[in-house]
Design a protein around this ligand. Structure first.
Ligand code: PEP
Length: 251
């Protein structure tokens, strides 16, 4: 059975001390009131080695927000998948729309990143989603299909470690959420593509998260849809109470 997951994406927020404080607070509240889903926090690189030892890994998994498309060597400023894994992190967000848009990450670059993440035992949280003009032109299905090429060349065994996150770019950080019906429609389509590329069992076992202005007030109705297996949360992951409110949507 696929897992229900709530994952936070801190983006470029929180200095080290603030990040440690947030991770500690989250660990405390989730230890006191255990979640009914998997919980992951994805933090800036510099936080990883400090955050992994302070969270109970039976309750909170830790991930990075990116990794390099090269294994090692003269790539000044880059952080490899192996380095991420050496901090104790178990996940890595790949293909976030901000990386695709601002850092020109292409399908080919992301294919390399996915392979390196898996080779280093990191589970990719692989993001896909269309921009507003593509949605308005009703091109969302072809956009996500093309983006999935970065993970669809994996073996079924490797693909089973991938978590998908559908994030319509027009809903990220805008306060504009996809309706539960819009989310369900495209999540069902994404799952059908997984079935076509692999098989029905692989598709049934793939967690597909929704991301884009998810909040405690709208999480329950989004997560209630049969093909929405949780959320990837940006802004609302920066406050323990808000993040917990979203996690509690599974209660
Ligand atoms: C994100 O960037 O992954 C995201 C979903 O952001 P927000 O929740 O702030 O829209």
């Amino acid at each position: 059975m696929r897992k229900n997951i709530v994952a936070g994406n801190w983006k470029m927020n929180k200095n080290l001390q603030e990040g440690i404080a947030l991770a500690k607070e989250l660990n405390e509240v989730l230890t006191a009131d255990k979640p009914n889903c998997d919980v992951i926090i994805c933090t800036p690189f510099i936080h990883l080695a400090s955050v992994t030892p302070i969270v109970d890994k039976n309750i909170i998994g830790v991930g990075a927000e990116n990794c390099a498309d090269k294994a090692a060597g003269a790539y000044t400023g880059e952080v490899s998948a192996e380095m991420v894994a050496s901090t104790g992190a178990q996940y890595v967000i790949l293909g976030h729309s901000e990386r695709r848009a601002y850092y020109h990450e292409t399908v080919d670059i992301l294919t390399e990143k996915v392979k390196l993440a898996l080779a280093n035992n990191l589970q990719p949280i692989f993001c896909i989603g269309e921009v507003l003009e593509e949605r308005e032109a009703n091109k969302q299905n072809e956009v996500v299909k093309a983006q999935l090429a970065s993970v669809f060349s994996l073996s079924a065994e490797d693909f089973s470690k991938v978590i998908l996150a559908y994030e319509p770019v027009w809903a990220i950080g805008t306060g504009k959420t996809a309706t539960p019906e819009q989310a369900e429609e495209i999540h069902a389509y994404i799952r059908s593509l997984v079935a076509e590329n692999y098989n029905a069992e692989v598709a049934e076992n793939t967690s597909i998260l929704y991301g884009g202005s998810c909040k405690p007030t709208n999480a329950k109705e989004l997560f209630a849809k049969p093909n929405v297996d949780g959320g990837l949360i940006g802004g609302a992951a920066l406050k323990a109470a808000d993040f917990k409110g979203i996690i509690d949507a599974f209660k």
